[in-house]
Write a protein that binds this ligand. Sequence first.
Ligand code: FE2
Length: 393
Amino acid sequence: MDFERLLEPVTPELFRSEYSDRKPLYIPAPEGADKALLSWDGFEQATSIMANWPKSTIRLAKNKQQLDCSHVRTTAAERGVAGTSRTGTIDMAKVHELLAQGYNFVGARCEYILPELGALCADLNARLNVRATAILFASFRNIGSFDKHFDTNDVFAIQCEGRKRWQIFAARADSPVKQDRAAGRAEDASDEVIFDEVLGPGDVIYVPRGYIHEAVTQSDTSLHVSISLHEFRALKVVDILRDLVLDDPAFRANLPDVRNGDYRVIRPMLTDLADRLAGLLASDRLVEEIAFRQNIRSQPWHRIDMAEVASSPRYIVLLNAVQDRDAREERLAGYLSTNELPLVERRVVEWIADRKTFSRAALAAEFSFAEPSIDAMLARLEEAGLIAEGRRG
Ligand SMILES: [Fe+2]
C-alpha cells in the first residue's frame, strides 16, 4: 500500500489542494480495492511480537478509564505467554486477561511490525515530509475507549475488521500542538456534527488535527489502524535556535539583575540579542538546519540487508588513531572549517569521528537521504587522510 492507493479514488493533488490540514475526507472502500491492511491474524502476529517490546507500546482502555503500563508489565517472577517475555516488557497473558474483561487495545509503533504498514508509513514520510506512525485499535461493541477528543496530528484511520461509527464535530482547535494539549478542551465544543458515518473494512477517513471526533464500535469487535502524521512545526525553529545561539558568546553572558523592577538595565542587552536572533532567523544556516532535520525525520528507517552488509566496504577512522587529544580536535576542526562543508557532510564527519571503524552500509543507513553523495564524501575524507578503507571483518 502506498499514499496513492490509500487515497484512491481521490488523487494526491486533490487531497493536497482541498483537504490536507483543511477538512476531513471520507473515502469509502472502492469496489474491488482492498485497503483493509490487516485481519485478526495480522493483529495476532503484531501482538505476539509486541510481547518483547517496551511496556509503553500498549495501552488498555475501558469506559474512558485507561490502564497505565504497570498493569501489563512483566516482572522477573512472572513470565508471559510461552515464557518469552522479560522484565520490563509486556506480559501478553495479562493483556489477554484484560481484553477478556472488556478492555480495548491500543498498540503503538506498528509500522515496525507489519511490513504493509511500514511501507505505507515510509511512503507517507517521503511524500508528505512527515514522520508517520501507526497505532492499532482493537475494541469491543459498546465499550467506550476515548472521550470526544481532538488529536494534535493529522490522522488517517483505516477500518480493517468490523464496523465503527465516526462522528466529527464542527468545532476545530486552532493548530493544536502536543505541548499545549490542555488548552482547547473537547467538551467545551459545540455539538454540531459535520460527519457521521459507519466505517466498514477498507473504508478510510482523514481527520486533520484539531477536529473534535468520536469513534464508537458498532460490531461485536472492531480493528482499525490510525496513522498519525507528525509534522515539522514552526516551534522546531526555537529548538534549532537554541543550538545555534550556543556559538555566540552574547547568549552565554550573564543577565542583569531585574528583581527590583528596573527593566531599563536589561533593555540594551535584549535589543542586542533580538538583533542577533533576527540575523539567525534570516540566515541560510537556519534553513539548512531545518532541511537537514526534515530529511533525517522523513528518511526510511534502517533495515538490515545481509547481502549489503557482507559486501559493504569497511573504513578505519585514522583520525581516532591520533593519540594527542588536542591534535585530533585540531585536525577535525580543520577539516570541518576549511572545506566549507554543507551541513549534511559536517554531520557525517561528526558521526564518523565518534567511531574507530565503520562500514559504508552503516553510514548509509544512518543518512539514507544523502545516499547519492556518500561516496564523494568518503573519497574526500580518504584523500584528507581522516579515514582509510580497511579489510572486512
Ligand atoms: Fe483521535
